[in-house]
Design a protein. Structure first.
Length: 188
């Protein structure tokens, strides 16, 4: 409630959904990317590759090893706006091939986790729940704390309460000690 910051709405290039600007992420893609068609390999490509089709073979090789921008220049890219759902579907201009990703997972893995809007929104969501639970817990403990510590019954927590509580605890333990050691040291 404290932060109802107003963000202007932006549109996801791929699915057309409108979301606040802080939930729309920009991504660099090939300039030819329209949001609807995407260059990818399918079962037929694999069959073609196995049967020795050169084009299919090249496509598979690229899929496995190369960044998709190999044959385009670095200049033929553009920035588009995507929602978190579409972000990973739209191919990045420098997305690594599958094998490259698997071999260099220790680089691409953390990079993915740190830049992924899906992960980001998930973490924020989980963190929100965590903070909510923590506040509930603190309130509950505070409630218990007042019940325990409001010793003089003035409905308020102050130094006096703590002193009284401390004395009670101290006397409880000294009583316990007395019973055990059969020593008499009634004090204060
Ligand atoms: Zn979208």
């Amino acid at each position: 409630m404290a932060s109802v910051a107003k963000y202007s709405n932006r549109t996801c290039t791929r699915c057309g959904i409108k979301k606040p600007a802080n939930r729309i992420y920009s991504k660099t893609v090939e300039k030819s990317y329209t949001g609807k068609s995407r260059r990818s390999i399918n079962v037929m490509t694999w069959i073609g590759g196995v049967l020795g089709n050169k084009g299919a073979g090249r496509a598979i090789q690229q899929y496995l090893w190369q960044s998709s921008n190999r044959k385009y220049g670095g200049s033929t890219t553009k920035q588009i706006n995507l929602c978190s759902k579409c972000f990973h579907i739209a191919p990045s201009h420098n997305r690594p091939g599958i094998l490259k990703f698997l071999i260099f997972w220790f680089y691409y893995g953390p990079k993915f986790l740190l830049t992924s809007p899906v992960v980001r929104e998930l973490v924020i969501y989980i963190f929100g729940i965590f903070v909510w639970l923590l506040i509930k817990l603190l309130k509950f403990l505070g409630f218990l704390g007042i019940k325990i510590l409001d010793q003089d019954g003035d409905g308020d927590l102050d130094k006096k309460d703590l002193e009284i509580a401390y004395q009670r605890v101290a006397s409880f333990f000294s009583r316990f000690k007395k019973k055990k050691n059969k020593k008499t040291s009634e004090d204060t």
